[in-house]
Design a protein around this ligand. Structure first.
Ligand code: 5AD
Ligand code: SF4
Length: 501
């Protein structure tokens, strides 16, 4: 995928107007990253001036909306985009038709693409109502070859397209956008840079994701991520811990360490500490009360990590451990690098050593060539591990991945029948695991006001379970003892212990 061109040269094969940057830029180190930060800070000031001029012209403040699709990594990237837009003086709005609308896209499955196209379809109408409206598309989808051409053809009104590798240059692109430039397309095919010093606006004041690695080296055959997010790059432990300390000083108590495979943290660095050691140090940072991580690959989840979770109470009582399939043959074709038995051994070891830890998973049904017998193996693993929660997906061929070339012999009806069987099994297990907690008192972090139930707030337990309790916005960010009273399948209604007393 990555193509090396000489530094500074524009790729001649790129479509007109598309600037493709070299994937490896020599002599780039920490000092150039600092220089780049300074450059972007300068652009941010210029963007703020351009925004102020525009807002004077129209006689009201400029508004923006960031629409996020996909995973926690994208959510974190959107916090960075929001931070930059706020710093440039724009005001957030929930309403469609803002002056600047950014779509941060996901391309992991086809339905994510379709949702974006649905939203973009409405933009041309909104642009007619608001002629100064500017639209940008960024994120994983733009990194997929072919998509940019499609976007430019079908949605010519999109003003700015940029990718995942050059997100840190958003201040510069925003400045150009606000200065009236149109049809800006800036895509890099890769990067070795990590510029993490730009402003960030957290969605929640009390919790935050912290990127520890970017990209993925695993090349599971169905997955587009290694192609759109590039090779694995780790941030240094000092940088990560410094960010955690800054967040803690700013009132954050819950940290989610983010990476495509957190277990391989540091493999690309010299003399790095391991992921479990990183967890331990984050746990011991003053002010941090909960540490989560997303996502560990089952092929290399170490005993050391299990031990850190066992001995550090600050580690959340939850592990998300993607299974994908219970069939050893399908796992081999997925290039997952573990067998059914190896997964079972690991999951049951976790159950044994960490009995209070909830285990959740991801499962794909309908991988090319999957048979009823393969799905039986998946059902068997679900029953034996009894997952607390699971996300089930139907295989979606992604262009350019090896699995997209494989022939599938199953009918749609077969796939849906198998999907339903997996979903039913997952739900049965999850309900039983959830119900088993009834009556217990556990600590919950109040995250938000419950929009469905007036007079209630929603808290998240360390094991990731949601509980709705009577309360109001003043409780947000507090850790409270909560009695789990009324099990509603996968969540609870409860009361704080104080209320009970
Ligand atoms: N089709 C269906 N599901 C997929 N996932 C990743 N790629 C695909 C695909 N091509 C699922 C995996 C992964 C989760 C984030 O998305 O289960 O763990
Ligand atoms: Fe995709 Fe596999 Fe990497 Fe996860 S580990 S991002 S499924 S290639």
């Amino acid at each position: 995928m990555n193509k090396v061109t000489s530094p500074g040269h524009t790729d001649q094969t790129a479509p007109a107007g598309v600037r493709r940057r070299p994937s490896v830029i020599p002599e780039m180190g920490e000092s150039t990253d600092r220089l780049e930060s300074l450059r972007q800070e300068e652009y941010l000031q210029r963007a703020a001036q351009a925004a102020a001029r525009l807002s004077e012209e129209i006689g009201r403040p400029l508004t923006f909306q960031v629409v996020t699709f996909g995973c926690q990594m994208n959510a974190r990237d959107s916090e960075k985009l929001t931070g930059i837009l706020l710093q440039a003086g724009l005001q957030p709005t929930e309403e469609e038709g803002a002056d600047v609308v950014i779509f941060n896209t996901c391309t992991i499955r086809d339905n994510a693409d379709q949702r974006l196209f649905g939203r973009l379809g409405r933009v041309s109408h909104q642009k007619r109502l608001n002629p100064i409206m500017k639209t940008a598309v960024c994120g994983c989808m733009t990194q997929e070859p072919g998509n940019v051409d499609k976007l430019r053809r079908s949605y010519p009104f999109v003003d700015l397209i940029f990718g995942t590798h050059n997100l840190f240059r958003f201040p510069e692109y925003l400045y150009r956008l606000l200065s009236g430039e149109k049809h800006i397309v800036e895509l890099w095919e890769g990067t070795d840079r990590i510029v993490e010093t730009l402003p960030v606006k957290r969605l929640y004041p009390f919790k935050s994701g912290v990127n520890i690695t970017f990209g993925c080296n695993n090349f599971c055959t169905y997955c587009i991520v290694p192609y759109v997010r590039g090779r694995e790059r780790s941030r240094t432990a000092e940088e990560i811990l410094e960010e955690v300390r800054r967040l803690a000083a700013d009132g954050v108590t819950e940290i989610m360490l983010l990476g495509q495979n957190v277990n391989s943290y540091g493999n690309d660095l010299e003399d790095s500490i391991s992921f479990p050691e990183l967890c331990r140090r984050v746990c011991r940072t003053e002010g941090i009360k909960r540490v989560r991580f997303m996502t560990p690959h089952p092929k290399d989840l170490s005993d050391e990590l299990i031990e850190v979770i066992r001995t550090e109470p600050v580690m959340a009582r939850h592990i998300h451990l993607p299974l994908q399939s219970g069939s050893t043959e399908i796992l081999r074709r997925m290039n997952r690098r573990y067998t059914k038995d190896q997964y079972l051994e690991l999951a049951l070891k976790i159950r044994d050593r960490l009995p209070d830890v909830a285990l959740s998973t991801d499962i794909i049904v309908g991988f090319p060539g999957e048979t009823d017998a393969d799905v039986e193996d998946t059902l068997d693993v679900i029953r034996r591990v009894s997952f607390d929660n699971a996300f089930t997906f139907i295989f979606s061929p992604r262009r350019g991945t090896p699995a997209a070339q494989l022939e599938d012999t199953s009918s749609e009806a077969d796939i849906h029948r198998r999907f339903d069987a997996v979903l039913r099994q997952v739900q049965t297990c999850a309900r039983a695991r959830t119900r088993a907690l009834e009556g217990q008192v556990m600590e919950g972090l109040v995250e938000e006001v419950n929009r469905q139930q007036a007079g209630y707030v929603t808290a998240r337990l360390s094991n990731n379970l949601l509980v709705h309790i009577p309360g109001d916005a003043s409780m947000i960010g507090q850790y409270l003892p909560i009695r789990l009273e009324d099990c509603r399948g996968f969540y609870y209604f409860g009361k704080t212990e104080e209320c009970n007393g």
